[in-house]
Design a protein around this ligand. Sequence first.
Ligand SMILES: Cc1ncc(COP(=O)(O)O)c(C=O)c1O
Length: 459
Amino acid sequence: MTVGPPPAELHLSDHPKMTTAPPGPNSRELLAAQSELEANTVAYPKKLPIALDSARGATIRDVDGNVYLDFFGGIGVANVGHSNPYVLEAAKTQQDDLVHTIDFPTEARVEFMEALDDIVPADLSGSSKVVFGGPTGTNAVEATIKLAKYNTGNDALVGFRGGYHGGTSGSLSLSAWSSYKSDYAPLLPDVVHAPYPYPFREDRSPEDSAERALEEIREIVAGKRSGIPEPAGIWVEPVQGSGGVVVPPEGFLSELAAIADENDVLLIADEIQTGIGRTGEWFASDHHEFTPDAITLGKAVGGIGLPLSATVFDESLDTWGPSAHAGTFRGHVPAMVAGTRAIEYIKEYNLLERAVELGAYLEDRLREAADGNPFLGEVRGQGALVGAEFVTTEGVPDGDYVSEVQRRCLNKGVIVWSGGVEGNVLRLLPPLVMTDEQARVGMDIVVDTVEAVAADRTA
Ligand SMILES: Cc1ncc(COP(=O)(O)O)c(C=O)c1O
């Protein structure tokens, strides 16, 4: 199979197409059955009350026949589009042959690791090692905690305020979302959260915001008064995604890397949301002059949503032995095939460039919606990871505004998501295969909706 079909041919026709107000009768039935059977932890359908039937490219059909434009992309999973046939066909073929191998070698496994080595940030490429531990992003973060502790002999961990790294104990310890943690304390001891530069929220210039954060990090890592023993590593999202699409000022990450280096502490870039082309480079770290010691991968790395996560790190850190990090599902082979194919597809159709183009368009349109809107505080982003932060006229984070935009957009056939600890950032991360026309039609709806909510608030 040649690398195709091209992005324009991946989508369901007729979109958006609303035949019934969501949730339609079939959705209601499935939502009710779900809430009867599944735990209260179910979250997404509470915001977007629909049951799903199928999805192609940047389009999703619900069980009532409504077709939506997808600006959500499975929170950064569907970078090459839902059910991309080039990726899907290969995964299906692999499934016929072999699915589970724990960590026995297969051609697919080796090919996938070679494909990753080719695209990882500069100094890792050619000297990378991969560890697979479990199918979801948080598993990759847990692996890095062990890697950092093992290699440094230290125990303390440094994360960032607003950071999100996953829902298992170690990752949750590193995450700063207090409400997600409060019922489960104590988690890991000796974890400290430094400020992540957030110029808008701090009302400082990007330079001042970065300098303030770096000062604190120096104090935490090298100071004697931080209250923690010596740290094993610093975990940073090169763009805080769930935290509200917070993009660090230029120079911040390279200075952070210098601090880590001077203090023999590992720097781990969590690329689970930003990786595999989302921000217009293979990894968001590539936008900066530094190479992390390790990166974590999840979400889009399995091509079309097949379960896979991985940790890629410098070979000098490969000091541990067999089963130092273990797991039954140490790499799902069809997901690895899908991952390799997704990388090929991104290369073939220049989807890195597309991410930049698409993201710039989304940001422009949101800025249009910000014009004269007292509630839209800031539009920001990197590549096709875009955020618009909403606040009240008193400057208080306004999550209700975003929920209202989300609800109204859904009714008009556009799926958007939120971000930020207070849920007050409209977060857009569409499949990179979204066409110009889809982006235009979808953003017409988003912009109209943002303006309509503002008009209602000021009426
Ligand atoms: C940056 C980052 N790290 C880790 C995770 C956790 O990944 P998963 O939900 O697949 O466990 C997420 C999920 O949103 C994430 O955005």
